[in-house]
Design a binder for this molecule. Sequence first.
Ligand code: PLP
Length: 407
Amino acid sequence: MEYTQQLDTALNRLHEEGRYRTFIDIERRKGNFPHAVWRKPDGTEQQITVWCGNDYLGMGQHPVVLAAMHEALDATGAGSGGTRNISGTTVYHNRLEAELADLHQKEAALLFTSAYIANDATLSTLPKLFPGLIIYSDELNHASMIEGIRRNGGAKRVFRHNDVQHLRELMAADDPKAPKLVAFESVYSMDGDFGPLAELCDAAEEFGALTYLDEVHAVGMYGPRGGGVSERDHLTHRMDIINGTLGKAFGVHGGYIAASAKMCDAIRSYAPGFIFTTSLPPVVAAGAAASIAHLKADATIREQHQTQAKILKTRLKGMGLPLIDHGSHIVPVHVGNPVKCKMLSDMLLEKHGIYVQPINFPTVPRGTERLRFTPSPVHGPREMDALVRAMDDLWSHCALNRAEMSA
Ligand SMILES: Cc1ncc(COP(=O)(O)O)c(C=O)c1O
């Protein structure tokens, strides 16, 4: 076997399709978000503004979060020193789980090293707990859910995106006595559209199915206390399992599920992705707990975030750019070609110091490549003006169709 040649073939395929991923080496500057320094491959540096981060609220530099992390670091050291079962459960982990259970008004919560692992570990474990389980999954669910469902050995059905009628048809075709679970998201991160949560819960209830909601792109940002879209829409009690991240709006790292005490106990006891891995560092747990507590008590940052998204969307729409707008905080601009998308991203970075990563297949379907902007409360009017001017300039120079697609 020519191993190196095989690797070359695989990598060349990505280059030819224009979807080889290049990481941009940046150094974020605490207290100065969204500004950062780009360390270029030639060794030089350039000041840039980050427009594609998922630290949606700028909590990664919030004094309350940093103070809690400093305190925990000084008190307890660097790592947790073990798995949850073997010396890795600390007062910081327990506090954070209590904070999360309260956030989602559930009996319990369970921490994982990321929301990816939380989805994968939970969904791959559920059929062990409910033999014969059929999982009904929205076709645009995140890779972590797909992966968990794919390798769990149980039955799965994929329903068309947000199509509750299709979901009903699929459930109606299955054995009424079979245990069932419907898995969906509240905010789909690439288009920024919302799942029809109430209708999905109605369908699940009608067919006796459990509900599994990924709130990764909504926790901290929606609902009076940042409990997500399910909280905003008064549907928390209808979600059997809620999945969330601590790495986006909460600005730190890690993931979790919130559910009944029994459900968490069972996942805790059976999921290899929970059991056989070192627990989060206490310092991370302390920062996340402080971030959640702050955002629960104060909606100011949440409101500023929504305002920023509205302003950016209005301004880009006003210029006739092909915006995909479903009313959430995510601002995708359609490009529709991987090479053009990368070229625009490169030009924004090099010419204007604006960093927005091109979003290409497989993250989005081919032909829907886009630039995905994530405005936040730390993007001021100066940054917004610079972005709007740069987009206007680029669209004119590249003779791109301004209204190619809008939803
Ligand atoms: C919908 C969705 N779920 C889960 C995840 C995983 O979250 P984390 O970054 O905490 O692993 C992501 C990641 O970006 C996501 O977009």
